[in-house]
Design a protein around this ligand. Sequence first.
Ligand SMILES: Nc1ncnc2c1ncn2[C@@H]1O[C@H](COP(=O)(O)OP(=O)(O)O)[C@@H](O)[C@H]1O
Ligand SMILES: [Mg+2]
Length: 261
Amino acid sequence: MIVVENLVKTFGGFRAVDGASLSIAEGSITGLIGPNGAGKTTLFNVIAGVLQPTSGRVTMQGHDITGLAPHDLFHRGLLRTFQIAHEFPSMSCRENLMMVPGGQSGETLWNTWFGRKRIADEERALKAKADEVLDFLTVSHLADHKAGQISGGQKKLLELGRTMMVDAKIVFLDEVGAGVNRTLLNTIGDAIIRLNKERGYTFVVIEHDMDFIERLCDPVICMAEGKVLAQGTLAEIKANEQVIEAYLGTGLKNKDQVATV
Ligand SMILES: Nc1ncnc2c1ncn2[C@@H]1O[C@H](COP(=O)(O)OP(=O)(O)O)[C@@H](O)[C@H]1O
Ligand SMILES: [Mg+2]
């Protein structure tokens, strides 16, 4: 579904992504792991159009999408969530979901004058959709809570919910489990699996929690120093010498600790 070829992203002289090549299979939940500073977030940012690549190519279903703006990619069904959740704090969770652009006709002057009924219909549909998403994520009880007042984990769920307001094809999740308690992490994991199985979403998941990766992801890709070191099942990745070296370089004592990074 996504093919990344020789991607390079430099900051000043520093090669944060240094010739990364990888492919993401349609229908997969692909894990992306690697020590801090490996270039994972930067890779996501380049694929999702947040950053322009220095060189290299990204294709989606055979179409060149290199350097396209996030909103263009959004309309093609490529979405990303952020390491830090981006909610509108003073709006309710339901309203936050309703804010996701999805072809509402509310904005134009023509519509405000001539399309009141249509806008009302759309708003009703949008509200129903938002409630359906909250229900899917098992957080209907948060619909009227201000998004700024829910827990960090619940904000991550809301981020995932935003991807469900549009017809996403592939979703990039950056550390969806960071700072999230075990119960909520399981809820997030369940939602990802269901979206994958029932709605055909493809996922790419950056996560440090190896239990989470093990439960969800096949294959797993490991990056270090801007490069892709290995791709395979988590077991294969854990046994890979270069991967062990990369994690050892971060001060770990043995390969078992790869599992706990
Ligand atoms: N905007 C930036 N300017 C300069 N350096 C950056 C910037 N973003 C990331 N980096 C550097 O690029 C490297 C990769 O960062 P990042 O992609 O965030 O890694 P990861 O997500 O794997 O932890 C790090 O050394 C980081 O300091
Ligand atoms: Mg990161």
